[in-house]
Design a protein around this ligand. Sequence first.
Ligand SMILES: Cc1cc2nc3c(=O)[nH]c(=O)nc-3n(C[C@H](O)[C@H](O)[C@H](O)COP(=O)(O)O)c2cc1C
Length: 331
Amino acid sequence: MIYLAPMQGYTEAEFRLAWAMFFSGIDVAVSPFIPLSEGIVFRAKHLNDIMPGRNQKLAVVPQVLGNNSEQIIRLARRIADLGYETINWNLGCPKISVAKKQRGSGLLPFPNKIRSILDQVIPNIPVQLSIKTRLGFQSPDEFYELLPVYNDYPLQSLIIHPRIGSQMYEGNLFLEVLDQTINLVKHTIVFSGDISNIRSFEALRKRYPTIEHWMLGRGVLVNPFLPEIILKGSQHLDEATIRHKQYYFAEELYCGLKDKLRNEHTVLNKLKDYWSYFARWLTGEQQVFDTLSRLHSLKEFIHVSNIVLRNNPLASFETRIARPVGKGIQV
Ligand SMILES: Cc1cc2nc3c(=O)[nH]c(=O)nc-3n(C[C@H](O)[C@H](O)[C@H](O)COP(=O)(O)O)c2cc1C
């Protein structure tokens, strides 16, 4: 089973909708997190992303971020009212502003606190709970303390991104710790991290033959065909098909963003974020990205991006690196 990773700022409903119009192979998407903030349990703007009407093409598991049991319960009930059967709890977000408030990966050094939240939340929600976790915040060894906690509860699945919070999104995965603990996990494991192409997928599948659920994140941004390629190979994809689908997907995404964001400047900046990954679809990605990021008008941006999508030589799937071009990751 293949999951689309939640990526705040990238895999919101407009992306999921546009992607599902042109590509295939993803069974379910976990939504970017819905935050709980002090005093406000949820805002319409955050729930908009998971409204059933906008999510008919791709099944979604809504994700929540927070550490207040009462608020998680209230949000879970609201999500259940929308027809969802599972929610995902984010124990992986590495943002400093989040982690320092003991949310996301900032909760991982406190397994007793996680236990106490699960004690309160699980019996009181009308949906199943899955957890997305890293191995720890400061050290992957924190996972040895976390695992007995996770094992004590009836989780729908445990999504493991085998990094630690302080790494943000870069640096090596701590696969040795996963090697040592994988057989102790009592839940269905979903693996998330650094699946960029068929080679990295096959290497992980060989290393973890018992894992049947795989989550793809940045790999889908740099190659939206990746889930399909994992399932069926790439022999059936000729250049004309690849070019056509990439072009119309980009156009559909742009239309979705324009409808949602309205303000031209905001749409332009959002497109530049996407293109820090989409530039990898083409050869000369750095030049493509530099050219586009210098543009100040949305109209010009669309014009130039359409030209490069039509004319620039395509990058091969194997050489598309799942990292943004020319700038640090925005978190
Ligand atoms: C820009 C960005 C935003 C992300 N937002 C979220 C999020 O909202 N919730 C979450 O659980 N993980 C989030 N992640 C982590 C991804 O879901 C995934 O676990 C991580 O990127 C590793 O997988 P990948 O190498 O396939 O991208 C985010 C990652 C990136 C790069």
